[in-house]
Write a protein that binds this ligand. Structure first.
Ligand code: NAP
Ligand code: MG
Length: 494
């Protein structure tokens, strides 16, 4: 057996690049401005990032547009794009340990999760779209014989992908796979807290043979770089994942500029409904614990509202407390760690504020609730019982390891509570009755409803929201719809 990896030693010898990647080259921001890139587990500055703004955005859009018009990617045979995208995916997989380490250092998630989840799923996503793109056929309309109408999908042009910090590489991959497969040029803006893996992708894309200017990365702040992308007159679409608040800004940016297409994957407050006839209550409760505590609770579809039928609620809560209380929180570079650091001090404060509010509004704190070490970014796994739908912790997305438990009188009450939210990203129901499973999953207004599991998925199955969780879908062939225009070519036959 090979010796275990000493991640601290690896981290100490890692060379970090914080520059932008434009036109196939690493460059500083034109203004020369830089931002600190901080490791939330230690509070130490890892490196400096190029603080890109409107000028850099302009520059990146110009080169992306030139590349698109030149056709070196956009008009390449799908089979050739496939080859290069598969090479890109293979390079990501081949750099798993390096990229996993960057991800963990940058945003605090456990190294075991970066290695086991973020990296393989990111590489698999790019590979899946590569494999798909030379098998997607266009259409011919059933017109009268006097004409042929060819209905084709064409790439949009220049697409901006603006992504969050909770799964930096994976959320980028969900955008990049279909954007690039469809033949677009792309400008990726990572979150200011988590830019390192995105930046590293630039060199890997070049190495894979993706032409210069087709794939660009701009680190920088949302209010500067992000806004400039949203308002740019020569960007054809924005693919956004992040908060509902910022998603709404992108709709406004579009209306104030060139009516660019906007796809929004936003926040959630997902109900995880456990009915009394669940096939295995302990399994359901264990899954409910991981459904909120995985990735420090910084998951858009986290099962943050546990809705349990009254007769079994106490038993379920006891089990969630047992499982949640045993989760090992600490140093993200320790392979035994199961929950790492919150992404930064600001998010830590925000989550602690919600915990205080939960107590103040009368919910019963049954597990955790405290910071681990007063000045660090670590929070205990936390569970509230006796929560009601009017409480802040049942309504707002906390984006931390805080579970709100609500009791439901019966199945109809569970559905009512489940839908009592402005969000609609995901939901789950646990029952052994197929009729109940279908009734609940049909009634819940959410983009994905899991039955007898939580947070399962596959790249072939679409993901995205109803209501204020956004619109448009990531993953599956449906994602290609966001990054292509339909063109009908009507040929009159003489
Ligand atoms: P966020 O604050 O909305 O930021 C997302 C991205 O938008 C970042 O790159 C951010 O840049 C940028 N941004 C911020 N303010 C902006 C502005 N005024 N104009 C233009 N761009 C701006 O979200 P986050 O805190 O990074 O991530 C957490 C959120 O993402 C949660 O709400 C979560 O539910 C959501 N999320 C959704 C999904 C999904 O698939 N539905 C998946 C993952 C996460 P800076 O960070 O650099 O400022
Ligand atoms: Mg960071």
């Amino acid at each position: 057996m090979s010796a275990p990896i000493d991640w601290h030693a690896r981290a100490a010898s890692l060379s970090l690049n914080g520059q932008a990647f434009i036109g196939g080259r690493y460059v500083p921001a034109l203004s020369g401005k830089r931002l600190d890139c901080v490791n939330p587990a230690t509070g130490k500055v890892l490196t400096q990032l190029a603080a890109c703004d409107a000028e850099d955005v302009d520059q990146a859009v110009k080169v992306a547009r030139v590349a698109f018009e030149a056709g070196s990617w956009s008009r390449m045979a799908p089979r050739e794009r496939k080859k290069r995208l598969k090479a890109f995916a293979a390079l990501i997989a081949g750099h798993t340990e390096e990229l996993a380490l960057l991800e963990t250092l940058d945003m605090g998630k456990p190294i075991r999760d970066s290695l086991a989840v973020d990296l393989p799923l990111s590489a698999q996503c790019i590979d899946w779209y590569a494999e798909a793109i030379d098998k997607v056929y266009d259409e011919i309309a059933p017109t009268a014989p006097s004409a042929v109408s060819l209905i084709r999908r064409e790439p949009l042009g220049v697409v901006a992908a603006v992504v969050p910090w909770n799964f930096p590489l994976l959320m980028a991959a969900w955008k990049l796979g279909p954007i690039l497969a469809a033949g677009n040029s792309v400008i990726l803006k990572p979150a200011e807290q988590s830019s390192l893996t995105a930046i590293r992708l630039g060199a890997l894309a070049s190495e894979a043979g993706i032409p210069d200017g087709v794939f660009n990365v701009l680190p920088g702040l949302g209010e500067t770089a992000g806004q400039a992308l949203g308002l740019h007159m020569d960007i054809d679409a924005v693919a956004f994942t992040g908060s509902t608040e910022v998603g709404k800004y992108f709709l406004q940016y579009s209306g104030r500029s060139n009516m660019k297409r906007v796809g929004l994957e936003c926040g959630g407050k997902s109900p995880n409904i456990i009915l009394a006839d669940a096939p295995d209550l302990d399994a359901a409760a264990t899954s409910a614990a991981w459904g909120i505590f995985y990735n420090q609770g910084e998951v858009c579809n986290a099962g943050s509202r546990l809705v349990v039928e009254e007769s079994v609620k106490d038993r379920v809560v006891e089990k969630v407390i047992e499982v949640g209380g045993a989760i090992k929180v600490g140093d993200p570079l320790d392979p035994a760690t199961e929950m790492g650091a919150m992404v930064d001090a600001g998010q830590t404060e925000r989550v602690m504020g919600y915990i205080e509010k939960g107590v103040a509004e009368g919910a019963k704190l049954r597990l955790g609730g405290k910071r681990i070490a007063a000045d660090g970014c670590f929070i205990e796994t936390t569970l509230f019982d006796d929560v009601t739908s009017d409480m802040t912790i049942a309504r707002e997305e906390i984006f931390g390891p805080v579970l709100a438990t609500l009791a439901a009188k019966d199945i109809d009450d569970a559905i009512k509570i489940g839908n009592d939210t402005t969000y609609g990203l995901a939901a789950a129901v646990w029952t052994r009755d197929i009729n109940k499973a279908f009734k609940v999953s049909s009634a819940l207004r959410a983009g994905v409803v899991w039955v007898n599991c939580f947070d399962h998925g596959d790249i072939s199955s679409p993901f995205g929201g109803f209501k204020q969780s956004g619109f448009g879908r990531d993953k599956s062939l449906h994602a290609l719809e966001k990054y292509t225009e339909l063109k009908a070519t009507w040929i009159h036959l003489g």
